[in-house]
Design a protein around this ligand. Sequence first.
Ligand code: PXG
Length: 293
Amino acid sequence: MSHEIYLNGSFVPSEEAKISVFDHGLLYGDGIFEGIRAYNGFVFRLHEHIQRLIQSAQSIALAFPWSADDLEEIVVQTIRRNGLRDAYVRLVITRGIGDLGLDPRNCAEPEIFCIADQIQLYPPAMYENGLRVVTTGVRRNAADALNPRVKSLNYLNNILAKIQANDAGAGEGLMLNEQGLVAEATGDNLFIVQKGRVCTPPASMGALEGITRNAVLDLCRLYEIPVAEVPITLHEVYVADECFLTGTAAELIAVTQIDGRVIGSGKEGLLTHRLHEGFRQLVQKEGRPVYDE
Ligand code: PXG
């Protein structure tokens, strides 16, 4: 199916949406992105996604001319242009076209594109039965190398971790930080439930500050479920009552086996289920409208 892609100020059919081989996003992974979701014609936490994108840009000294309002409008327009109500959106900004040296001063101006696609939902059985996960040997980026809070186009170590998980026949791979503490999965944040308390590693432990993660923290506070952002060891994950991952694509998905250990009942846990139900309600009533209803 052809899409209408937003590319540097205009909409073009996907076959014509081309980026130069001299773009530093491609040559060096020099750029940033967001993965955003729309539910029933409403973009979930668009403002938060754009703020995270702006912070990623600021962190890698990537200056661009678009305001937060411009960026929000680009996302909304792209969804509308493709006639979608439920959508997965990818907004990408690169350092732009340069030469074969890595010096970003040779890039004339940043490039921007936005893709809105239909969302591929995971089968319901995957949510009921949960994922089998393995710990990978690939460490999450160290904060003094490339801060993991930057959602950059450099996902190579996450991809290497995903390859290890695939090789092990697992649904996802866990990544530890340089201290051996649990950071997150390759494209999702991690939560555990310990005696009724919901815990997730703080961003300082190598976790991206996920939009879904923040929504789950909000839901816990709303439901008065005890919640904490604390360092988590693998031992604590192995002995947790429940474990789940959060991300824009997966929403909340139970983890029922880690490195051969069955977690809790071996099925989606009660709190995981309750929080996922709460999340599904939240996305239906919050969000920036795409269409004038
Ligand atoms: N950690 C990392 C490293 C991520 O890339 C998340 C956590 C979850 O954050 P949100 O804001 O989505 O709740 C992400 C984002 C994929 C894919 O294809 C997933 C992400 C990014 C790029 C690709 O699964 N997830």
